[in-house]
Design a protein around this ligand. Structure first.
Ligand SMILES: Cc1ncc(COP(=O)(O)O)c(C=O)c1O
Length: 452
């Protein structure tokens, strides 16, 4: 075991060191080489060192360099050194994180992290929380608590009796809500299509003046950080309207919620603490390994009511049992990496990470604007949308930037216009990486005939 773990450490360190010089996208030959990992099911055993060597030889070259410094796709943050190291140690521990009795360390570290998270995110200190796989499941879990609470108010026990025959629940969302929110609503039986959709402004912010009249069991979903523009819904105003109607407010803050830690950016999150539930991702802006999402609920009993499982062999103690708050019963101890990231960064380190990323997004926008390309959003956070001309030219430039391999940014369509979507989300990115990436984008755009 010792030799094997030493071996993997050497290989992983070499992989990370090489990232800076290799193309962000893997070569076609590397992808074709993955066939070497297949073939028929092995008839007998293979030594672990050989298994590892195979994976490194054929797997490592076929990775996308999302752990590197110039990956600006989706909202990918890479892994902080302490979070990656903690992930390895937690892998060695192989804890069943659902119960205090099966993992005192996982349960304790979740509670500590939960307290720290509520503090840095400026959420009510006695909220409950769940450590789940990502933003989609965080939305799902928080909305399950919302569904429980709004139906309990009208005397309906949704966990026992389901939704068939239940009083109708009105769900209100902004037109630019993230698609995963609709998926979560669908999974909960609240329907992807039966929601009331509120028109938005040019940045994708829900318009409070266009909210429908709210009455009866109602859940209003707002967004902290639009995945394209980074814009925040007017959360404070929505909370005021919803509060008067007795509606539940849920905030999807998959990455935007982290702005609360920065004195420069916290104003964007004004009113967030007045909501009833929140979803965010640790694998986005806290830069821990996938898969790590966080759901928070102001009144923990609603989350517990939605998620708890009763069985004679399962602990139901007075202390916080992690599995009583999550969809999963058995799961890995993903709170360990969250703790390691928070412990290593501290409040100032986390604020610095968020602020640097936002500064680099502004540098991207300024550089591309100066080169004559059109920035489609107000760059208030870490997202930049840029068009290089008409639809065809823009799509051609994005494909060519991806093929060039200096950096990677994705394509989106923003309010009818195709655009390159740049998301700066990694602790490792430096100003030099922005300069290198800008130079590559300008060169490629010129080669593709984009006219400044
Ligand atoms: C606003 C928002 N909500 C939800 C999600 C879904 O998160 P995940 O991919 O972790 O499930 C994302 C992902 O980018 C997002 O930006």
């Amino acid at each position: 075991m010792r030799d094997l773990l030493g071996n993997v450490a050497t290989r992983a360190a070499r992989y990370l060191e090489d990232l800076d010089e290799r193309s962000v996208t893997p070569a076609a030959e590397a992808i074709a080489g993955l066939a070497a990992l297949g073939g028929p099911m092995p008839a007998g055993p293979t030594g672990p060192a050989e298994v590892l060597a195979l994976l490194d030889r054929f797997g490592s070259p076929a990775t996308v360099a999302t752990a590197g410094r110039r990956y600006f796709g989706f909202v990918v943050g890479g892994s902080l050194p302490a979070a990656l190291a903690a992930n390895w140690l937690a892998g060695a521990w192989d804890q069943l994180a659902g119960f205090v009795v099966s993992s005192p360390v996982a349960a304790a570290v979740e509670e500590i992290s939960l307290r720290w998270l509520l503090d840095v995110l400026a959420l009510p200190a006695d909220s409950g929380g769940a450590f789940v796989t990502g933003g989609t499941m965080a939305n799902f879990s928080a909305l399950a608590a919302a569904r429980h609470a709004v139906l309990q108010q009208v005397g309906w026990d949704v966990e026992s009796d389901g939704l068939i025959g239940a009083p109708p629940v009105t769900v209100v969302v902004g037109q630019e809500a993230h698609p995963s929110l609709f998926k979560a609503l669908g999974l909960l039986g609240l329907g992807r299509r039966r929601v009331l959709t509120v028109p938005v402004d040019g940045q994708g912010r829900l318009r409070v003046d266009a909210l429908p009249a709210l009455c009866g069991p109602t859940i209003v979903c707002v967004q902290a950080g639009n995945v394209n523009t980074g814009a925040f819904d007017p959360i404070e105003e929505v909370c005021q309207v919803a509060r008067q109607a007795g509606a539940w407010v849920h905030v999807d803050g998959a990455f935007g919620l982290w702005a609360a830690v920065s004195p420069q950016l916290a104003h964007l999150t004004t009113g967030v603490g007045k909501a009833d539930s929140w979803a965010t991702d640790a694998h986005k802006w806290l830069n821990v390994p996938y898969d790590s999402g966080l759901a928070f609920v102001r009144q923990p009993e609603h989350l517990r009511a939605a998620m708890s499982t009763a069985a004679a062999y399962l602990p139901q103690g007075a202390q916080r049992e992690p599995a009583q708050y999550t969809p999963e019963l058995s799961r890995r101890a993903r709170g360990i990496e969250v703790w390691a990231a928070l412990r290593s960064l501290g409040r100032s380190g986390l604020a610095d990470l968020i602020e640097r990323n936002c500064l680099y997004a502004r540098l991207f926008a300024e550089g591309l604007h100066e080169s004559g390309y059109e920035i489609l959003n107000d760059v208030a956070l870490n997202q930049v949308l840029v068009a290089f001309g008409d639809e065809q030219v823009t799509r051609r430039v994005i494909a060519a930037v991806q093929a060039d391999g200096t950096c990677w940014a994705g394509v989106t369509v923003w309010q009818g216009r195709p655009a390159m979507r740049i998301s700066v989300s990694s602790w490792a990115t430096t100003e030099n990486d922005i300069c290198r990436s800008l130079a590559a984008i300008r060169r490629v755009a010129a080669e593709q005939g984009a006219k400044p």
